[in-house]
Design a protein around this ligand. Structure first.
Ligand SMILES: [Zn+2]
Length: 449
């Protein structure tokens, strides 16, 4: 049993003052507003719930800043993907673990308490299976164990290169499984996370390019307790290819041909008609938005106001991991909307400020997307973050979140996952050791490219 005292704490009922949060065995035992701090309580100015990062490809952290040089033709998502494939072919299991560990330290220090790892780099450099087919899943789990971040592992099913079940390309060989080998991989992934606290294993058919609808239905019959994630409607070409294949747009097709509901998370969901946007919201499917990556790759704009107006659940993910930040993703999400609608405070609902709306919606939707629970209230996992004002300016309630997201006036101070304090004064204790190993891996990878 331990207690943490917060002068301002964001609870599901709103902001509370002078709150004692009592933690027992990784969960919140009680939340006592208007109380006084006990002698041994750790004291903080501001405490907010931990944020879920719903979409990450850990190995891509090593590519950050390496794809910003123009190529001979015009650069777009597809030319970026060619570079990413070449990069993906060079990783060893040790290197995957080192890069994921570095990434998870950065996520924790940013205030992300849980990650959805959409993991598709499964096999050896020639496309052969490792002795343990889930070798790389075990490396992701080891990185989560070493850093303490909560993990929802989403092994990816990837079988084809294009709509209609076309054969995969040579550059995709490390990703490929059939239903049988994927079943073994999933079992291995479940074993790999067994010793982690509060871990979940879901599944991720990569996209409608890489998995047919028949295969998606077969995957759903496998044994897993977590959510179902899929990349969808990220690119205009993908929408065109979908229409050429089935006569329907990707989201339209998947809503019509699957049982997609609140157990599902559609990653990106960028290019949707109004009918698709409303349909997805009404079915309860969570939108897994990756605002910084979507801006970096030139994907497009999510229809946020319409989706939220129909009760849609949103969440955020760092995807290509080019930058890691809770406030940065939320700010970019709002800033992606302002030029589009030529308006300010586009994502602000129910009388809340923009920062508060962004934070509440992404924390709640994010937990849902990772089959986890969120909120500073009795019975929930003790996953929370303390913020430290840069200046003692007396920001109150929603001003705190607005100032963190839009004013750079708050820094992440402490981070607790499952009741364990993993970050103190903004630093993870293993950051030097893990950072040194990451530097060595980067030198080795860059010498090959
Ligand atoms: Zn992705």
């Amino acid at each position: 049993m331990m207690a943490i005292f917060g002068e301002q704490v964001l609870t599901p009922d709103g902001w509370a003052e002078n709150v004692r949060i009592v933690v027992d065995a990784g969960r919140i035992a009680s939340v006592e507003p208007n109380s006084t701090a006990g002698a041994g309580d750790e004291r903080h100015a501001i405490i907010v719930p931990g944020m879920a990062n719903v979409h990450s490809h850990a190995f891509q952290r090593a590519m950050a800043g390496l794809t910003e040089m123009p190529g001979p033709g015009s650069d777009n998502f597809w030319s970026w993907r060619d570079l990413m494939y070449r990069f993906a072919l060079s990783f060893s299991p040790d290197q995957i673990e080192a890069v994921a560990s570095q990434l998870y330290v950065e996520m924790l220090e940013a205030g992300f308490t849980r990650v959805g790892e959409f993991h598709y780099l499964h096999h050896d450099k020639n496309g052969g299976h490792y002795a343990d087919i889930a070798e790389h899943s075990a490396r992701i789990a080891a990185a989560a164990h070493a850093t303490g971040i909560g993990l929802t592992l989403l092994p990816v099913f990837y079988a084809h290169s294009q709509f209609g079940g076309q054969a995969p390309g040579e550059g995709q060989r490390r990703f490929i499984n059939d239903i049988d080998s994927f079943g073994r991989l999933l079992e291995g992934a479940r074993k790999a996370v067994q010793t982690l606290n509060q871990s979940k294993v879901g599944i991720a058919p990569h996209s409608l390019r890489a998995a047919t609808i028949e295969e998606i239905r077969e995957l759903q019959r496998l044994d897993f307790d977590g959510p179902i994630h899929i990349h969808i409607a990220e690119q205009v070409k993908e929408v065109e290819d979908s229409i050429a294949f089935s006569g329907q747009r990707p989201v339209e097709y998947l809503l019509a041909n699957s049982d997609a509901d609140s157990r599902w998370c559609f990653i990106h969901a960028t290019h949707m008609t109004d009918a698709e946007t409303i349909g997805m919201a009404k079915r309860g499917v969570v939108a897994g938005l990756c605002p910084i990556t979507e801006a970096n790759l030139g994907d497009g704009f999510f229809q946020a106001p319409l989706f939220l107006e129909h009760g849609g659940a949103i969440s955020v993910g760092s995807d290509s991991n080019v930058q890691i930040g809770v406030s940065d993703e939320l700010r970019q999400l709002e800033y992606s909307q302002r030029p589009l609608h030529r308006a300010r405070n586009v994502i602000a609902t129910h009388g809340r400020s923009t920062g508060r709306t962004l934070f509440d919606e992404a924390a709640t939707g994010g937990a849902k997307a990772l089959s986890h629970e969120s909120g500073i209230t009795a019975g929930k996992p003790a996953d929370f973050v303390s913020l430290k004002p840069v200046f003692d300016a007396g920001y109150k309630a929603d001003q705190v979140l607005d100032n963190w997201i839009f004013g750079e006036g708050m820094s992440v101070d402490g981070v607790w996952v499952h009741g364990r304090k993993l970050v103190s004064e903004g630093r993870h204790p293993a950051r030097e050791r893990i950072g040194e190993r990451f530097g060595g891996v980067m030198k080795a990878l860059l010498s090959q490219h």
